[in-house]
Design a protein around this ligand. Structure first.
Ligand code: BTN
Length: 269
């Protein structure tokens, strides 16, 4: 790993925040990407519950090869998981991550929704994104890195003009600042609760929870997958996390990942 700068108060920060999922917390002032660092650590054997936090990122990565702009004021973190579940259940992990963030935001009194698969939004503006990266061979899940980027108290004007109009932050929605450490504590607890729910409950129950937050079902959408572009109405999500879309020709398509655009909004995440 390259030389990285630890935040001065690492110990104090860590002691207060060993809550929920967190077994080991590594806090950095700046990283290229917390996901990249977490993957390095996971490959070197880091345990489940190792969490990498950075106060800014110079090469934050988003879904679909996008850049995740990561100025100070946002939450940028990656959680290493080693779930002992059948490999086919791993497809539900992105939903868990989005739910944990959405529920955390709700606890601040701000109603959030999830745009399939895992964009968290407030009033149709993006407030958080999730990037999962994993190593899975055959039936073995070696690790999953769950990367979360949340606009906490950054000013959306710090973001590039193209995304400003459809981005928001928790502080902007609340009209006042949010304590960074307190927010992390709530988030880690929510993540732990939902991750436990995932391991102990049926997929059906988890998807039901996700559906309560969904703003995708019932919408006319355009989805770009790695193979095709699909247009239709999103009408359900199945127990594996596949989005069910009825096309204008009446056929039903099952989609596990892709870039989703709502016709009434005209932009992607
Ligand atoms: C998206 O495109 O919506 C997903 C964005 C995920 C960004 C987070 S920030 C922490 C972690 N490290 C990264 O490089 N990306 C994820």
């Amino acid at each position: 790993m390259n030389e990285k700068t630890f935040v001065n108060k690492t110990v104090e920060f860590s002691n207060n925040l060993h809550v929920g999922i967190v077994k080991k917390l590594l806090v950095f002032e700046n990283l290229d990407s917390t996901n990249s660092t977490a993957k390095d650590l996971a490959r070197a054997g880091a345990a489940e519950g190792t969490v990498v936090v950075a106060q800014s990122q110079s090469q934050g990565r988003g879904r679909c090869n996008r850049i995740w702009q990561s100025p100070k004021g946002g939450v940028y973190l990656s959680i290493i998981l080693r779930p002992e579940v059948p490999v086919e259940r791993a497809s539900l992990l992105p939903f868990i991550a989005a739910l944990a963030v959405a529920k955390t935001i709700d606890l601040y009194g701000v109603r959030s929704t999830i745009k399939w698969p895992n964009d968290v939004r407030v009033n149709s503006k993006k407030i958080a994104g999730v990037l999962l990266e994993s190593e899975i061979t055959g039936n073995t899940i070696h690790y999953v890195v769950v990367g979360l980027g949340i606009n906490l108290h950054l000013d959306v004007k710090q973001l590039s003009p193209e995304i400003q109009s459809h981005s928001t932050s928790l502080a902007a929605e609340l009209g006042h600042g949010v304590d960074y450490h307190e927010f992390l504590g709530v988030l880690f607890q929510q993540f732990d609760d939902i991750y436990r729910f995932f391991r102990e409950q049926t997929s059906k129950k988890l998807i039901e929870e996700w559906k309560k937050h969904s703003d995708t079902l019932g919408k006319t959408i355009l989805i770009q997958t790695s193979e095709e572009t699909i247009q239709g109405t999103a009408f359900d999500i199945d127990e594996s996390g596949f989005l069910l879309v009825r096309t204008e020709h009446g056929t039903v398509k099952k989609i596990l990942s892709g870039d989703c655009l709502y016709f009434d909004e005209g932009h992607t995440g």
